[in-house]
Every structure is written in C-alpha cells, then in structure tokens.
Design a protein around this ligand. Structure first.
Ligand SMILES: N[C@@H](CCC(=O)N[C@@H](CSC=O)C(=O)NCC(=O)O)C(=O)O
Length: 255
C-alpha cells in the first residue's frame, strides 16, 4: 500500500503538530490530491501534517475487481468488507483507522496523537464521515467535499454495499454516515460539508447531502453545509475551497 505524507516546515526536532488524513474518491490513488488540490500552501501556513492513503487494496487480484470504476480497484469505500471474496483483503476501514493511523504515528514522531483530523472527497468524503462517526474521538475534526452522504440510498452506495457487505441492510447501517449520525454518542463534533451546486453527481442523486443534514438536525449534531453555486465535482472546485477547510480544521486542532 502506498500513502503520501506532507511534513510542514514547522516539524523540527520533537515538536508535536496536528495531522489531517485526506481520503480520495473513486478512481484515485494517493497521488490525485497531492498533485491537484494545492493543499500544501495551507498545510505549511498552519503547520499541519497531511497523510493521504490509497483508495483500495493493491497487489491482490480478485475476479471482478477491475470491471467497473466504481467497485473494486480504486473503490474500496473505506469499509471492511464482510462478503467473500472481498472480505479477506478489502478491509480499508481497519487499514485506515488502525494500521495506517498507528503506523504514521510510529514512523513520524512529529504527529500529535491528540490532534488528528480527517477530510475527504466524494467516496473519500464519506470515508472521512464514517471513520469519525464509527470511532468517536479518534478524529477531532472532520470535513468533506461533495461526499457520498447516504450510500444506502444512492446507486454508487447500493452497488458497493451489496458487493462488499451483501444483501442484509442491517450491515449497511454500520457503514452509512446518515444512519450512523442518528446514534452518534461521542465527543462534540461539527460536520463541515461542502457541495458544488453544478456537480452532476449531486444532480444525479449520488451524494444526497440533504439526507445527512436532516439526520444531523434530528440528532442535534451540528452540521455546516456550503452549497457552492456553479461548482462541479472536480479538483478545480476542491482547490478553490481547500484553504477554507484547512482553516476549519486548524481552528479545532489548534484550539
Ligand atoms: N471516471 C469517471 C469519473 C470519476 C471521478 O470523477 N472521480 C472523482 C471522484 S468521484 C467519487 O468518489 C475523482 O476524484 N477523480 C479523480 C480526479 O483527479 O479528478 C468518469 O469518467 O465519469
């Protein structure tokens, strides 16, 4: 598994700095964000370490893993599959929140374990939300660009959950941000959701941020939804607003 890590200039000696995990979307590797978003300027300004995992297991061949761009390779959905043949290797939830989370702290001594946030885009935006909601306190701040908000209710999610988790919808609830927020019982948390109003995936109802906002309001979990007129799903959109997301995380992680 490859991952990226950005170390800001403030990381000298034993100084402890906040860190943010960034989770990419369908079809991506750890490279898309670091080459297209322009985040480095903001991470340097705030003194934040940034870790970028890959989007699926690599180096394993499973029949059907490359038949479509929204399932299998580059489409791990940051969950632990429970259905064969995916359940042995497609364990991106455990990889991210246990293995990589601990590995980077052991390998890079400047990371402050008590000041870790998470953000992501699309499939990765959902991964950020689910990782936070399933592991209360692990991530102190969370934001998402154009996240898939309610996978149980959209075509991408139904395909992924059926393939990775099977037909039993009780299992889907455990990996769906809109369902998980209804029973969130962890430390106080504000969700920052960013969405381009001209995003075709949003218009096609793949993302459904309104479902998440409604569930947050009912559960009294604070949520901010920025709907950006004219913006699509691309990294041009992300690069426009990535600075605002770093400001949001920095305010929490450096409080
Ligand atoms: N291949 C698809 C488009 C796929 C796409 O838009 N992927 C997004 C994430 S979508 C949700 O997870 C992405 O981040 N792409 C990488 C990039 O660098 O833009 C198609 O052709 O329609």
């Amino acid at each position: 598994m490859n991952f990226s890590i950005y170390i800001p200039p403030q990381a000298t000696g034993d100084v402890k700095l906040p860190a943010i995990f960034y989770l990419s979307g369908l079809t991506c590797t750890e490279q898309n964000f670091i080459t297209k978003s322009g985040f480095q300027r903001y991470a340097a300004e705030h003194g934040i370490i940034v870790v970028g995992p890959d989007t699926s297991p690599r180096g394993v061949k499973i029949t059907g893993d490359d038949e479509s761009w929204d399932f299998g390779v580059s489409a791990g959905f940051y969950l632990d599959a429970s259905k064969e043949p995916w359940s042995k290797n497609y364990r991106m939830g455990s990889y991210l929140n246990n293995e990589l989370y601990n590995l980077v702290q052991q390998a890079f001594n400047n990371i402050d374990a008590n000041r870790i946030g998470i953000m992501g885009h699309s499939m990765g935006g959902h991964g950020a939300l689910v990782s936070t909601l399933r592991n209360p306190g692990l991530y102190k701040s969370v934001s998402a660009f154009a996240p898939i908000c309610n996978p149980s209710a959209c075509p991408w999610g139904v395909k992924a959950f059926t393939g990775y988790l099977g037909e039993d919808k009780n299992k889907w609830v455990e990996w769906d941000a809109t369902e998980l927020v209804k029973s969130y019982n962890g430390p106080p948390l504000t969700l920052l959701i960013d969405q381009g109003a001209a995003d075709t995936f949003y218009k096609d109802k793949q993302l459904l941020p309104e479902n998440l906002v409604k569930a947050c309001r009912a559960a009294e979990v604070p949520v901010i939804l920025h709907l950006r007129d004219g913006y699509d799903h691309s990294y041009y959109y992300i690069s426009t607003f990535i600075g605002e997301h770093f400001d949001f995380h920095a305010k929490i992680l450096k409080a």
